[in-house]
Design a protein around this ligand. Structure first.
Ligand code: PAF
Length: 282
C-alpha cells in the first residue's frame, strides 16, 4: 500500500490503475480509523477493484471553537489498519496541498438539505464537507465513493450534490457500525471519559425505544421525540443538541410517520458531541 501526499502523484496512481483496467473506489475519511471505516472499505471492495482511502482532517468543515486542533490523528496506525483492510493507497495531503496559502475562494454549497439538523448547530460545516469532497472527487476521479450512514445528513447531502452537479460516480451508503454495547463507532468516542462512555449508551437505547414504538404502530412523531428526549434527559451527563424526526430523503420535519423516516440526534457528553440515527420505514 502506498501513502500518497501530493495531488500530482495521486492523479498518476489513478491513471496507472485505469490503464490496468481497474475500477476505483474512494473512501473519504478524517483518519483515526476504527472498524466503521474498515467496513466502508469492505463495501467499496464489493463494488470496485482498487480502493483509495483519503485521510484528511479538513479545516473547512470545523467551526470556531470546535475540535479541529484536537481531532485525533495517527497516520502510522491508520496506514497499518488500512493496509490490513485492503486499501491500495492512502491519500493524505497536507492542508497546504489542499488549500494552498495565498487565498482560497471556491466552495460548493448544497442548499435546503444543509439547513436543519447538524447544519443548524454547525453553520458552514456542510459547505466545508461538500467542498472538500468535491475536491477529493476531482483529484481521485473514483467510479464509486462510500460514506457511512452514521453521518446520515452528510450522506444525503453528498448524494444530492452528485446528482445535482452530474458528478460521474456512484455513492454507496454503508450501514452504521456499533460497538458490542450499541454505541455507534466514531473517532470522537476516544474523547469520552469512562463515565461519559457509559452514559453515551443512552443514544442507541433511546433510538431503539423510538424504533420499537414505531414498530408497534405509533405514528405520531412527537410521541417518538418525547420518548427519546425523556430517556436522554434522564442521563445527567447528556445534553441534547437536537432530536429530529424528518423525511429520510428531503430531511423535512414530519408530524406523522409515513414512508422512510430518519430519526436523528446529536447529544453532548461534556465537550464531546456525538451523533446517531435510525431509519424507520412505515
Ligand atoms: O465523514 C467524514 O469523515 C468527513 O466529513 C469527510 C466526508 C471525510 C469529509 O472531510
Amino acid at each position: 500500500m502506498e501513502v500518497i501526499r501530493g495531488i500530482g502523484r495521486m492523479r498518476e496512481f489513478v491513471r496507472e490503475q485505469r490503464l490496468a483496467g481497474k475500477q476505483i473506489g474512494l473512501v473519504p475519511t478524517m483518519g483515526y480509523l476504527h472498524a466503521g471505516h474498515l467496513s466502508l472499505v469492505q463495501e467499496a471492495l464489493k463494488a470496485c477493484d482498487v480502493v483509495v482511502m483519503s485521510i484528511f482532517v479538513n479545516p473547512l468543515q470545523f467551526g470556531v471553537g470546535e475540535d479541529y486542533e484536537d481531532y485525533p490523528r495517527d497516520l502510522t496506525r491508520d496506514s497499518e489498519l488500512a493496509e490490513e483492510g485492503g486499501v491500495a493507497a492512502i491519500f493524505a495531503p497536507s492542508v497546504a496541498e489542499m488549500y494552498p496559502p495565498g487565498g482560497y475562494y471556491s466552495y460548493v454549497d448544497v442548499e435546503k438539505l444543509t439547513e436543519g439538523l447538524c447544519g443548524k448547530s454547525r453553520p458552514g460545516h456542510f459547505r466545508g464537507v461538500t467542498t472538500v469532497v468535491t475536491k477529493l472527487f476531482n483529484i481521485v476521479q473514483p467510479d464509486i465513493a462510500v460514506f457511512g450512514q452514521k453521518d446520515a445528513q452528510q450522506a444525503i447531502v453528498i448524494q444530492r450534490m452528485v446528482r445535482d452537479l452530474n458528478m460521474p460516480l456512484r455513492i454507496i451508503v454503508a450501514p452504521i457500525m456499533r460497538e458490542a454495547d450499541g454505541l455507534a463507532m466514531s473517532s470522537r468516542n476516544v474523547y469520552l471519559s469512562p463515565s461519559e462512555r457509559k452514559a453515551s449508551l443512552v443514544l442507541s437505547r433511546a433510538l431503539n425505544i423510538a424504533g420499537e414504538l414505531a414498530a408497534n404502530g405509533e405514528r405520531d412523531a412527537n410521541v417518538l421525540r418525547k420518548a427519546i428526549e425523556t430517556q436522554i434527559q434522564a442521563e445527567p451527563l447528556a445534553r441534547i443538541d437536537y432530536v429530529e424526526i424528518v423525511g429520510a430523503e428531503d430531511l423535512k420535519p414530519v408530524e406523522i410517520l409515513q414512508g422512510r423516516i430518519l430519526i436523528a440526534l446529536a447529544v453532548f457528553f461534556g465537550k464531546t458531541r456525538l451523533i446517531d440515527n435510525r431509519i424507520v420505514e412505515v
